[in-house]
Write a protein that binds this ligand. Structure first.
Ligand code: MN
Length: 730
């Protein structure tokens, strides 16, 4: 696979002279050439060739992309820092700051270590790459550097070949694609394909060559037919055949499940012309002469692809019955199709290069295309994928920082050295005592930036993280680790209360003359803690020990008989409860002595708006005005009133429903509120939904009147994690 034609100085010189003429530029490049050749003098490549071959090849390819003189110099010098003991300062003194910065950025990317984190996604690598490079020129140098390394990959160890080829396919080729540099993208893909899937590569290569020789004659005939047609019309054009590269055929076969024979655009005939208008003219003449396959005309001139690709595509049937794909575009469009952003921002002498301005233009241009494609209905998959990647990469707020050894750590925007420390290791996080960023000691709440080199100082005597860190950290990873540290500490604290809780429970059992051996059963206790919205045995004992849960309630659960001790007395032991079954405080309109009862469904309490329902033989049932059971009733309703002189001690039973998220001590908190409000508690029932982590609690309470009830409801609403409190309608 290695490129046979060796690049020589003469070839390089003549290539740069195709677009550079200023003597100061040529002198600068010559100086970088001599400098690099001398510094790499003693090094050899794995192939045995002088090392300098490599930077020379890189610079030569950069020249074919028409980059500026400084980028060419950086290409020639790109491996100096790493391999020849040259420093950034040396380059700054020997050349200038711009060249030194470019070389530094290229070297920095080289030091990124992607391989030690298997779970790392290729898309992350691309992001890191883009974020680190910042400057389009650095990306170009890196792509071209990789291209030459891939061309000479055969001299590497087999293991290294696989690693490099995988990285090229997953990181470098997509970046080249994104920037529209399909020349480089295609070659990178085919080289990776060759090393990663040798059998498939050979198979497709064989099929393509067979097809090519089968089609050679008909293709040539078609090319000369079209040439004649266009010559008659006096249109300037260039025409030639173009094969799809192997990897894109393979991808189409595997991703779209197509057979080799089904791929129509294996070989395309490409026509280049001068103007956009000529493109449409040529299309018109071709369509007038040949049968067109419907649905395959693509106008990427009017609707450019997001990576700036422009061309007309059509598929026709020749007079020989064969299918031909035709691509028509201007020479400028062709250059952009092959070289993408590199073509668009080609170096022109006399124009001052402004890195920031150019970078901004590139981003604007790319996002402008993104908006364009959003407006069209017809976005092909490629464009969609491209858009997604672009959006993620350019707009996602992530930063990439490094360990002193070059391992990349990605963190959310605004992340601090603490976030970094927890990503290194939980123990490092817990013991963090200070941070050094780019060689300088910084406060722990410093916001890190992409490219920062971060070193964490730890203190082995540290007792753990500070609770203030929760306010500083930006990553959920660090936050969770800090939280669980404190949770664990809390658990340890609670465990000290277990003996006390156990003792209280045993005392309570003794009080009711219940046998400890039977009832103090850990297995049973393990089963009942969820009844109190607790999550484990320890929490249960802690709740008992701190009196947030009464031992009596637990004993009752253990004894497993409802109301055995009349639950309400547990909370309001002094109050004797009178409920609706005692004498009614209702007056029925017009009928002094009418027998009345409070309805069971809506459980009205004194002060509620009420209405009577005349039953057959059981007097008047009193419902709340809004009770769904009587809302449709028209005939048998009768007005009823609360008796102002009613017994003040009378209590009314009603049901409440509480919606909340699930948490420890929820139930005991709710019960405490009812108790503090001087309401009686008859029954509590709680259901936890494990999927949504929510709880629905129904409580039957006794209250004096509607105002008292409102007070209970209002206080329940204040309980932490409660989302809604309501009376049960029926
Ligand atoms: Mn290199």
């Amino acid at each position: 696979m290695a490129s046979e034609n060796q690049i020589t100085k003469a070839m390089f010189d003549s290539e740069i002279r195709l677009y550079l003429a200023k003597s100061e530029s040529l002198e600068l490049i010559e100086r970088a050439y001599q400098y690099s050749e001398e510094k790499h003098n003693h090094q050899k490549r794995n192939s045995g060739e002088p090392y300098f071959i490599h930077p020379l090849n890189v610079a030569y390819t950069l020249a074919t992309l028409r980059v500026g003189p400084k980028t060419l110099c950086a290409g020639l010098l790109h491996d100096c820092i790493e391999d020849c003991g040259i420093t950034i300062n040396d380059l700054e003194n020997d050349f200038d700051q711009e060249i030194a910065t470019l070389v530094e950025a290229v070297s920095k990317i080289k030091n990124l270590k992607f391989d030690d984190e298997k779970e790392y996604l290729a898309s992350n690598h691309r992001k890191i790459f883009i974020a680190m490079a910042k400057d389009i020129r650095v990306i170009l140098i890196k792509l071209v550097d990789r291209l030459h390394n891939m061309r000479t990959l055969e001299y590497q160890e087999p293991e290294k070949r696989i690693k490099t080829a995988t990285e090229t396919l997953e990181v470098y080729a997509p970046i080249a694609h994104r920037l529209g540099i399909s020349e480089i993208k295609n070659e990178l893909e085919d080289l990776s394909f060759f090393y990663l899937e040798r059998d498939k590569y050979d198979e497709i290569k064989h099929l393509v060559e067979k097809k090519k020789s089968e089609r050679q004659e008909s293709n040539n005939r078609m090319i000369s037919e079209i040439s004649e047609l266009l010559q008659e019309q006096k249109i300037q054009f260039k025409i030639f055949g173009r094969s799809k590269h192997f990897y894109s055929i393979y991808r189409k076969m595997t991703q779209k499940g197509k057979r080799f024979e089904e791929i129509l655009d294996l070989q395309a005939i490409r026509i280049l012309t001068k103007t956009e208008l000529s493109c449409y003219e040529i299309l018109g003449y071709i369509h007038a002469k040949y049968t067109v396959i419907p649905g395959r005309l693509k106008d990427y001139i009017a609707m450019p692809k997001v990576n700036m690709y422009q061309s007309l595509h059509t598929t026709i049937i020749g007079e020989d019955g064969e299918v031909y794909e035709i691509q028509i575009r201007t020479e400028e469009m062709d250059a952009i199709a092959e070289q993408g952003v590199a073509a668009h921002w080609r170096y022109k002498e006399g124009r001052r290069y402004n890195a920031a301005k150019e970078q901004k233009e590139i981003e604007e241009r790319l996002s402008w295309f993104k908006d364009m494609s959003l407006m069209t209905e017809d976005i092909d998959d490629d464009a969609k994928e491209f858009m997604g990647v672009l959006k993620r990469d350019l707009f996602e707020a992530n930063i990439y920082v490094m360990t002193p050894k070059g391992r990349v750590i990605d963190l959310p925007n605004g992340a601090t050295p603490i976030d970094f420390a927890y990503r290194i290791h939980t123990d490092v996080g817990h013991k963090t005592s200070g941070a050094i960023v780019n060689g300088t000691m910084v406060p722990l709440n410093t916001a890190l930036k992409t490219g920062d080199i971060v070193q964490i100082k730890t203190n082995n005597n540290s007792v753990g993280p500070s609770e203030d860190w929760l306010k500083i950290v930006k990553s959920s990873h660090a936050r969770n680790k800090i939280r669980s540290f404190f949770q664990k500490k809390e658990m340890e604290r609670k465990s000290e209360y277990v003996p006390k809780g156990e003792q209280l429970l045993k005392e309570e059992l003794a009080k009711h003359k219940l046998d400890e051996a039977t009832y103090f059963d850990k297995e049973k206790l393990e089963k009942i803690y969820s009844n109190f919205s607790l999550t484990n045995y320890q929490d249960l004992m802690y709740a008992l020990a701190t009196k947030s849960l009464s031992a009596q309630a637990v004993v009752e659960k253990l004894y497993n008989k409802k109301n055995i001790f009349a639950i309400s007395r547990i909370f309001n032991p002094a109050k004797k409860v009178k409920t609706k079954n005692s004498k009614s405080a209702i007056k029925v309109a017009g009928i002094a002595s009418m027998k009345s009862m409070l309805a069971n469904c809506c459980n009205p309490v004194y002060g509620d708006e009420i209405v009577g329902y005349i039953t057959k033989g059981a007097g008047v049932k009193v419902h709340r005005n809004d009770c769904p059971n009587i809302i449709k009733e028209k005939q048998r309703l009768i007005a009823v009133y609360w008796d102002d002189l009613a017994d003040e001690k009378q209590r009314y039973e009603t049901r409440i429903i509480v919606y909340s998220s699930d948490r420890s001590y929820l139930l005991s908190d709710l019960v405490n509120v009812v108790s503090q409000c001087q309401a009686g508690l008859v029954e509590v029932n709680s259901k936890v939904n494990d999927d949504s982590l929510t709880a629905i609690t129904t409580m039957t309470v006794t209250v004096e009147n509607s105002e008292h009830l409102r007070n209970v409801l209002a206080n329940l609403r204040k309980v932490n994690s409660v989302t809604e409190v309501a009376r049960l309608a029926s």
